[in-house]
Ligand binder design. Structure first.
Ligand code: NA7
Length: 530
């Protein structure tokens, strides 16, 4: 028997393995892919980049690592991030405890011996005292069921499961479904290659220019000369990111001209910080409307054909309620002759045919279809595994009406099972790398505490779990992000209970709550000696 099985070798799985080994635990990581990297292994579509500055979206645990690694751009591409993660795996000699190309099929809690039995696609049964699900919040990719897809004679792809072999769209007629972050990144790149690109848009999206550029030596030096202090400051923010030069006042407290100036300044700078131009954009609809209208006017300015521009203008939900994207020439792409926007709100698809897509009596002849249609977020990857806790209860059954956790870290009746998928935690609204480190440090400290004090099991008590669920909900209702159908609330998946899943109360507040729980002797958890 080993101490811990970790499922997933992405950003979280790698650091979890590192921390556990440093703390003297035996651990093994199981990963279904043929390489490490998690989302950065799978999302290798052209144009894939992080949309948080890499100087911040990177590990902080090793001063040596953060000093020696050199990012080439502010928002590096997927291959560079994957190189970084591979570098980390080699530097800290992590590979020897990672088993690739292995699917975890089941994780069953054995109440008699207080241990987890992990069953894998290789037919192995691994016994471990603890199990950590580092399976990612956006890892279960989803292709919508559209009539006739199986008859299509061309190729089709999902951005979140992109092939490792080069895909070249030169001279081809390509359709893209999906205009979320992945669609916004891939569309301008495909447009450059394809003979013709058809963008099948169901919901128009808000996006801000990334204004990506090579990392300037002075900026890099500014970070590296005082990395520890900057990282400390990041922990005190709501988003886990340092945003310099922000106004820090309410949009409604300044004149309309001052508002526009500030939006223009943030838009020219680029970055998701646009949403933080003023402090009330996320909870005051009137304030939010002013920022949304600014972005709508930018679309009207950029897109030459006014009819196309109107179709690209998002409406009906607050800015930020579907995750804001960062783009490079997204709206400009629709000025090209080889790009056609197909508005699915006017008429939905009837079917995919062997040679393309049919809407009414219009046929779009195609060679390739790209689905940038997102993920079964938070719970999708967990539900692919048959997870059974006390009395054989399945996680799927327990969460039939929506997931419930304590601090996003554990759920009652599933002792010694840690979850790090962004549920009930601020990860998806914040700097995920920082949130991952925070979660993992908490889990490792907890395991050390259990070992030192001879506890066999830990799990939340149901009251603490329910209270946390109520708090997550209350905060979600306070801000505007819950006011749209999105992967935040499961509305993108048919039949999924509509529950707002992430915690939007901020990295700083979440972290403080986690610290207080520990300071109060793991308040809300049941610790048992057998
Ligand atoms: P998202 O943000 O979930 O976007 C998926 C997109 O696909 C969105 O525009 C959807 O429209 C669209 N979609 C989904 N199903 C369909 C069908 N059946 N027909 C047409 N269009 C459809 O996924 P991403 O991969 O872009 O981004 C996920 C996160 O990864 C991102 O936020 C970053 O954190 C990284 P809808 O809005 O549902 O109408």
């Amino acid at each position: 028997m080993i101490d811990v099985v970790i499922v997933g070798a992405g950003f979280a799985g790698l650091y979890m393995l590192y921390r556990l080994r440093q703390s003297g635990f035996s651990a093994k990581t199981i990963e279904v892919a043929d390489g490490i990297g998690g989302v950065w292994h799978w999302n290798r579509y052209p144009g894939a980049r992080c949309d948080i500055e890499a100087m911040q979206y990177s590990y902080s645990f090793s001063e040596e690592l953060q000093q020696e690694w050199k990012w080439s751009e502010i928002f590096p591409t997927q291959p560079e991030i994957l190189r970084y993660l591979n570098y980390v795996a080699d530097k800290f000699d992590l590979r020897k405890n990672i088993e690739l190309e292995t699917q975890v099929n089941a994780a069953i809690f054995d109440e008699t011996h207080s241990r987890w039995e992990i069953q894998t696609s290789r037919g192995d049964r691994i016994l471990a005292k603890f199990c950590v699900m580092a399976t990612g919040c956006l890892s279960a990719s989803r292709i919508p069921s559209i009539n006739g897809l199986e008859t299509f004679k061309g190729h089709y792809y999902h951005t979140g499961r992109w092939p490792q072999a080069d895909v070249n769209f030169s001279g081809r007629r390509v359709a893209v479904f999906g205009t979320g972050s992945s669609g916004v990144q891939i569309i301008p790149i495909i447009a450059k290659q394809a003979k013709h690109l058809f963008v099948f848009q169901r919901t128009a999206t808000f996006t801000v220019p990334a204004r990506n550029k090579p990392l300037e030596p002075e900026y890099e030096q500014w970070w590296k000369s005082n990395y520890a202090e900057h990282r400390k400051q990041m922990l005190e923010t709501i988003t886990g990111c340092l945003a310099l030069d922000m106004k820090n006042c309410s949009a409604m407290s300044v004149t309309p001209d001052e508002r526009l100036q500030e939006y223009e300044k943030q838009w020219q700078k680029g970055s998701l910080n646009f949403l933080g131009s003023f402090t009330d954009l996320v909870f005051n609809q009137e304030a939010n409307d002013t920022a949304a209208e600014f972005l709508r006017n930018k679309i009207r300015e950029i897109v030459e054909d006014p009819t196309v521009a109107e179709k690209l203008i998002p409406c009906g939900f607050p800015l930020g309620a579907k995750r804001l994207s960062l783009d490079t020439n997204y709206f400009e792409t629709f000025n090209h002759d080889n790009v056609t926007l197909v508005d699915l709100q006017q008429a939905p698809i009837d079917e995919i045919t062997p040679t393309g897509i049919r809407i009414g009596n219009k046929n779009y002849e195609l060679d390739d279809i790209v689905f940038a249609t997102g993920f079964d977020a938070f719970t999708g990857a967990l539900f692919k595994i048959d997870i059974r806790g006390r009395a054989g209860k399945t996680l799927r059954d327990k969460w039939a009406d929506g997931p419930c956790t304590y601090l996003g870290l554990m759920t009652s009746d599933f002792p010694n099972l840690f979850i790090m998928t962004g549920l009930g935690s601020p990860t998806v609204f914040a700097n995920a790398a920082l949130c991952i480190e925070q979660n993992i440090d908490w889990i490792t400290d907890c395991l050390v505490y259990l070992r030192t004090n001879h506890y066999e099991t830990i799990e939340p008590n149901i009251e603490a779990e329910n209270d946390w669920g109520k708090h997550v909900n209350a905060v979600a209702n306070f801000i505007l992000f819950s006011k749209a159908d999105s992967w935040f609330n499961g509305a993108n998946i048919e039949g999924k209970p509509k529950v707002f899943m992430p915690y939007v109360g901020g990295v700083n507040n979440y972290r403080k709550k986690c610290q207080d729980v520990v300071a109060n002797g793991y308040q809300g958890f049941i610790l048992a000696t057998q």
